[in-house]
Ligand binder design. Structure first.
Ligand SMILES: Nc1ncnc2c1ncn2[C@@H]1O[C@H](COP(=O)(O)OP(=O)(O)OP(=O)(O)O)[C@@H](O)[C@H]1O
Length: 242
C-alpha cells in the first residue's frame, strides 16, 4: 500500500461500491487538499451519497482506497472508522435529524458531550456556533418549534461544534426554499473557511456548488478528479458492518 500523491487531506482512488448487487460507484478518484470546499455535483442516483459514505468510512468500498491524513481508511476496522468519524469528521444531511426532546442548544452541544466535554464547555461552544449560524436567539427552542431552515442551521451548528477536520455535507439544503438554501450555504461555507474546515459537499444543484472552491462532476457512479497514484488491489465487499 502506497501513500497518496500530493498534499491531500482526503484522497480516494478507484472506489467501487454496490448496494445489494446494484452498482452505485463504478470508479471514483478524487483528492481534497486541506481547507478546500469541494462540491461533488451530479443528478439523482449518480452515486454522491455512496461516495460520501465511502470517504467518511461509513461504507467500506468493494475496491479502491480511501486515505485520510496520510493513513488508509478503507482497511481499518469498523470500530476504528467509527472513532475517526466521531473525532475528526462532521456530517450534515438533507434531514436535520435533531433529537426532538432537546433544545437547539442541547442538540448542538451533543457531539461535545458525547466526547466527554463538560456541560459548561459544550454549552458555550454550542452557543458560539448557533450565533455563527444566525440561530442564537432560538437556543432554548425545541426542534418542533423551529422552521425547517432553522432546524437545518442547528444541524449545521451540531456538525461543526467539534471543529472537525472534514465536514461531509450531503444535499444539506435540498428540502429548503431557494433564499433559505443560500442562507444556510453561505453560513456553512463562511464558518468552514474561517476555521479551515475541509468540506465535501454533495449536491445536484449547480447554484449550491457555486459556494465551493472547486466542483467535480459525478455521473453514473463515475468520478475522475484527482491524481490516480499507484494501482491497488480491491478490498472486502462494500458493507457497513465490516
Ligand atoms: N441502500 C440502498 N439500497 C439499494 N440501492 C441503493 C441504496 N442506496 C443507493 N442505492 C442506489 O445506488 C445508486 C446511487 O445512489 P446514491 O444515493 O449514492 O446517489 P445520489 O447521487 O446520492 O442520489 P440522490 O441524490 O438521489 O440521493 C442509485 O442507483 C441508488 O438507487
Amino acid at each position: 500500500m502506497t501513500a497518496p500523491p500530493g498534499n491531500h487531506l482526503l484522497w480516494a482512488r478507484g472506489l467501487r461500491c454496490s448496494h445489494q448487487g446494484s452498482p452505485a460507484l463504478l470508479g471514483a478518484t478524487v483528492g481534497v487538499p486541506p481547507g478546500e470546499i469541494l462540491a461533488v455535483l451530479g443528478p439523482r442516483g449518480a452515486g454522491k451519497s455512496t461516495l460520501l459514505a465511502c470517504l467518511s468510512g461509513q461504507l467500506r468500498p468493494e475496491a479502491g482506497e480511501v486515505w485520510f491524513d496520510g493513513t488508509p481508511l478503507h482497511s481499518r476496522s469498523r470500530g476504528a472508522r467509527e472513532r475517526l468519524r466521531r473525532d475528526r469528521f462532521g456530517w450534515v444531511g438533507p434531514v436535520p435529524g435533531l433529537v426532538p426532546e432537546l433544545t437547539a442548544r442541547e442538540n448542538a452541544a451533543l457531539p461535545l458531550l458525547l466526547r466527554g466535554a463538560s456541560y459548561r464547555t459544550a454549552r458555550r461552544a454550542a452557543d458560539e456556533w448557533l450565533e455563527r449560524l444566525d440561530v442564537a436567539p432560538l437556543a432554548r427552542r425545541r426542534p418542533a418549534d423551529l422552521l425547517q431552515s432553522q432546524r437545518q442551521r442547528v444541524a449545521v451548528a451540531r456538525a461543526l461544534v467539534t471543529v472537525p477536520d472534514v465536514l461531509f455535507a450531503d444535499e444539506p439544503t435540498a428540502p429548503l426554499h431557494r433564499p433559505d438554501q443560500a442562507h444556510v450555504l453561505r453560513a456553512l461555507t463562511t464558518a468552514a473557511r474561517t476555521h479551515r474546515i475541509t468540506v465535501v459537499l454533495a449536491t445536484h444543484d449547480p447554484e449550491a456548488a457555486r459556494y465551493a472552491d472547486r466542483t467535480v462532476p459525478i455521473l453514473d457512479g463515475l468520478l475522475d478528479a484527482g491524481p490516480a497514484g499507484p494501482a491497488q488491489e480491491g478490498t472486502a465487499p462494500c458493507v457497513t458492518s465490516a
